[in-house]
Design a protein around this ligand. Structure first.
Ligand code: HXC
Ligand code: NAP
Length: 263
């Protein structure tokens, strides 16, 4: 029997952190195009306002709030506002991250802590607040992780540690929350064209080519490669998928992309 993916998200409610630029903004756009009501948070009020306008332009019901994901009370208030406005949360995506190249022996304790707090504590805060307000059974939780979670990269000890924590947190939540009919997964993008992340890690064409040499598919991915995975993870086609780290990486960790890292 042929399986036809169902990407109709009409009436579904989606809460997304870090969705006001880059990869996650495109996921938000695609969720909106599929009919979801989308609530976005990030720090910058201007970025939140622009993204909400963009989502409304796609015909979606949309709202947002200026929130630092490191603050649990602020995340909790945003989740409550989303649920009050749109109803229980069906899709929850934690996507905020911080990154800069820095050696472990050179960066300050606060530099290390900043990335741990944004990526790992922020993911906890979003999932912890959302699990109180989500559709049970049925909600789909997604964290955005990175290849650094599963392979050591030079000048990325902070990111490797944070994203490895994200992966393990996702698997623990999948174990604990499966009994309530909740699915919890992560998506691990490889290097994605035209994003802030790759502007920071591959600021020159020469460094970019060094990354590409290490990729099995010999090309950066694009934002829709990741949005396609997010749509699938929230569709009935993925209703037996939980605790998975879905690598959409172009084979990034089959080679050693970290050899391209420069300070
Ligand atoms: C060393 C640095 C640094 C750098 C900041 N710090 N930049 N240390 N090298 N390049 C230090 C600061 O000196 C400070 O320590 C501490 O980090 C916190 O800096 P703040 O600017 O006060 O923090 P904050 O305003 O919270 O900003 C967080 C940030 C920033 C992570 C530093 O860059 C940010 O907002 N990033 C969000 C956007 C982003 O990074 N996008 C890329 C995600 S891509 P001291 O000791 O001085 O107080 C990604 C994966 C890509 O994650 C994977 C590709 C395969
Ligand atoms: P990006 O454009 O910099 O997006 C980061 C988003 O997070 C923005 O909306 C930013 O908005 C928000 N944000 C940052 N710090 C925050 C905080 N403390 N609280 C709330 N929101 C915060 O990044 P990107 O390159 O598209 O990456 C997106 C995700 O994909 C990240 O999780 C990253 O680790 C992952 N990833 C990216 C790549 C890549 O190739 N780019 C590869 C692998 C994994 P504000 O500035 O308004 O807060």
């Amino acid at each position: 029997m042929t399986h036809i993916p169902n990407y109709d998200m009409s009436g579904k409610v989606c809460f997304m952190s870090g969705a006001t630029s880059g990869i996650n903004e495109q996921i938000a756009r695609r969720f909106a195009q599929a009919g979801a009501k989308v609530f976005v948070i990030s720090r910058s009020p201007d970025k939140v306002a622009a993204t909400v306008e963009m989502l409304k332009g796609e015909g979606a019901e949309a709202d947002g709030a200026s929130v630092d994901a490191r603050s649990f009370p602020d995340v909790e208030a945003a989740v409550a506002k989303c649920a009050d406005t749109f109803g229980p949360l069906d899709m929850i995506l934690a996507g905020q991250a911080g990154n800069f190249p820095a050696g472990a022996a050179q960066m300050s304790a606060n530099a290390f802590k900043s990335v741990i707090d944004i990526d790992l504590l922020g993911t906890f805060n979003v999932f912890r607040a959302a699990v109180e307000k989500c559709t049970k059974p049925g909600a789909s939780f997604i964290a955005i992780t990175a290849p650094q979670a599963t392979r050591p990269w030079i000048f990325q000890s902070h990111v490797c540690a944070a994203k490895a924590g994200v992966n393990m947190f996702v698997k623990c939540c999948a174990m604990e929350w499966g009994i309530s009919g909740l699915r919890v997964n992560a998506i691990s993008p490889g290097p994605i064209e035209g994003t802030e992340g790759m502007e920071r890690l591959a600021p020159t064409e020469e460094v970019k080519q060094q990354y590409i040499e290490q990729l099995a598919l010999k090309a950066f991915g694009n934002r829709d490669d990741i949005a396609d995975a997010a749509l699938w993870l929230c569709s009935p086609g993925a209703d037996y998928v939980t605790g998975t780290i879905l690598e959409i990486e172009g084979g990034c960790n089959l080679g050693d992309a970290s050899t391209a890292m420069k300070l």
